[in-house]
Design a protein around this ligand. Structure first.
Ligand code: PLP
Length: 422
């Protein structure tokens, strides 16, 4: 056995022994670097970094991201409550999403969030009514559908073209700003886009920026002055050698346009803050060979990490300790779930591990735990944060009792108490 892989200076073997597997491990230092990259690239404009909570809503991570000065981009009441619990000020919160309920609009207004991003005229109408009823004028922007075709690796993460459910077409949006400019319950403060996820090129952002600034300029001519533009999230990270977006190159093009107009810039990165900060530790249960094909069966599956089976996404997987003399094979690395779509990697070249060995699945900080499920009766895994050379359990592994919480077995009809019968 050679050197042991580490996270934040701590041996992954020791973490597995102490906390069990499957286990999510986050490095606070890498999260800080994720936030700093944005802060320094865009330091010459007023910036609200609204971290997209859906990428990873764990309270400890939200708390640390908020402590670095960031706000949050949320898409539900559940995320609003998380953000409040984690100590992120409501004044830094953007409420996005195509289907906000009346209850969610009300909660956002009462909390005093920075702004809602509305995605339809009907939502604007409802927001106005709720704001009027509460006597709390709503700060809002419209999410545009800029009809940008963003080159994301997967179809489900392209959100900027006309055929998706997201946003309002530009002409319609402009008409809506103008028509509702005098509504005393509405205060139009911004305009936003979000064109997709895991975008590695600058060009689609510039195309979207162009569209957004066109709207800003035309509204200003009509006497409507917005405070900010929001370019959304989607900034690519390095799952493989390439794939990371050049933030500096993006900033070089975006900053002068924003400064020239005296606007504030809002960005909504999720993956780019936490993606590279997380790994998933899995233990090998069995290996087997069917004809020429190797299978490595681990205790982590699609219920801990859905991205490979849902999107066909790639994650690097490395043995935590290398085994001298282990043959390199091409293997499917799979979990115990009863689906042939349950895999972490397919046809992957890897040094053949033995049962009991540990594997580290990398770049899983975003859309990893957040998409975990209980399918096949599997408790969701624990999460550990490494900070200052120490590992802290920030979410307990779910118990078997947790899996049945809230369920009841009603008595058979004939056995029910007569008082229940109406
Ligand atoms: C998902 C989402 C984001 C974050 O996307 P990443 O790819 O994680 O950066 C930002 N804004 C909105 C509106 C989103 O839906």
């Amino acid at each position: 056995m050679g050197a042991v892989l580490r996270a934040g200076g701590i041996s992954l073997r020791r973490l597995a022994d102490r906390f069990g597997t499957p286990l999510y491990v986050y490095d606070a230092e890498r999260i800080r670097r994720g936030v700093d990259r944005f802060a320094s690239a865009f330091s010459s404009v007023p910036l609200l970094l609204a971290y997209a909570v859906k990428a990873n809503g764990s309270l400890a991570l939200l708390n640390r991201i908020g402590a670095l000065g960031a706000g949050a981009d949320i898409v539900s009441l559940g995320e609003l409550r998380r953000v409040e619990r984690a100590g992120i000020p409501a004044g830094r919160v953007i409420f996005s999403g195509v289907g906000k309920t009346e209850r969610e609009l009300e909660a956002g207004l009462r909390a005093g969030i920075h702004a809602f991003h509305a995605e339809s005229q009907a939502e604007v109408d409802l927001l106005s009514r709720v704001a009027g009823r509460l006597g709390l004028p709503a700060r809002l922007g419209l999410r545009l559908n800029p009809d940008v075709h963003s080159p994301t690796p997967f179809a489900y993460t392209r959100t900027g073209h006309a055929a998706t459910k997201f946003g309002i077409p530009v002409r319609e949006a402009e008409a809506l700003y103008t028509a509702r400019a005098d509504d005393p319950n509405l205060h139009f403060v911004g305009v936003g886009v979000h064109i997709g996820s895991q975008i590695a090129e600058v060009a689609p952002y510039l195309e979207a920026l162009d569209t957004v600034l066109g709207v800003v300029d035309r509204l200003l001519e009509g006497g409507i002055a917005l405070e900010y533009v929001d370019l959304g999230g989607g900034f690519g990270v390095a799952y493989e050698a390439d794939g990371a977006l050049d933030l500096e190159a993006l900033a070089t093009r975006v900053v002068p346009e924003i400064r020239g107009r005296g606007l504030r810039l809002v960005l909504e990165p999720g993956r780019a803050i936490v993606g590279e900060a997380g790994l998933l530790l899995a233990r090998v249960l069995y290996t087997k060979r069917v004809d020429a094909k190797h299978f490595i069966v681990t205790d982590a599956s699609m219920t801990e990490l859905l991205r490979p089976s849902h999107y066909g996404a790639f994650h690097r997987i490395r043995p935590v300790e290398r085994r001298a003399g282990a043959p390199t094979v091409r293997a499917d690395i799979v979990g115990p779930v009863c689906e042939s779509g349950d895999f972490l990697a397919r046809g992957r070249r890897i040094e053949l591990p033995e049962p009991g060995d540990l594997l580290a699945v990398e770049t899983v900080g975003a859309y990893g735990f957040a998409m975990a499920s209980n399918y096949n009766g599997r408790p969701r895994p624990a999460e550990v944060l490494i900070e200052g050379g120490e590992a802290v359990l920030v979410r307990e592994r779910e118990s078997l009792e947790d899996l049945m919480r809230g369920e009841t077995i009603p008595p058979l009809p004939g056995e029910r108490d007569v008082r229940d019968k109406v």
